[in-house]
Design a protein around this ligand. Sequence first.
Ligand SMILES: [Zn+2]
Ligand SMILES: [Zn+2]
Length: 180
Amino acid sequence: MILDLQQFESFPAEIVLKGDSGSFDLDYQGLKSLKSIEVELRIQESGEEYFCQGNVKASVDVECSRCLSSFDKECQNKIDFIVCTESLHEAKDGDVLDSEDYAYFVGGDLKADISDILRQSIILSLSLSLLCSEDCNGLCSQCGINLNEQKCSCETENIDPRWESLKKLSKQTTENKENS
Ligand SMILES: [Zn+2]
Ligand SMILES: [Zn+2]
């Protein structure tokens, strides 16, 4: 997604950028693709740097980490970054320890690719556990069917694996006692 600063006659300026699935790739673990995105920005000019702050709202095609089905998830996050030339950032980098994000102008134009900043913001705002619903039943560990959609007749003892190892342990202890 490109932020074109040439279009503004003066600063501070405001803009709303809208994009769709073609704006950039969002291939990250359970995040399959971007569906739509809206970016609101306020831009301040300071010398050769442009300070941008605003909001990103996106709709993302997500894969449930339990049942692997796809669903849409909305997310929203604040963004805060600086646009400048790469050489200017490199020149400054030694003296200031900063955690701010940077986007760089491509070539001699005042156009910056802000895709990486938006991608990171979306990834951060979506929780690590991506579930289609809080009580998703997941997949059957034996036959693999989606237990939200169907029931199967597999014999699954619904035992937490942690209990399973405890059970083995107590069995061993009993056996040891019997042997001695
Ligand atoms: Zn699910
Ligand atoms: Zn099953």
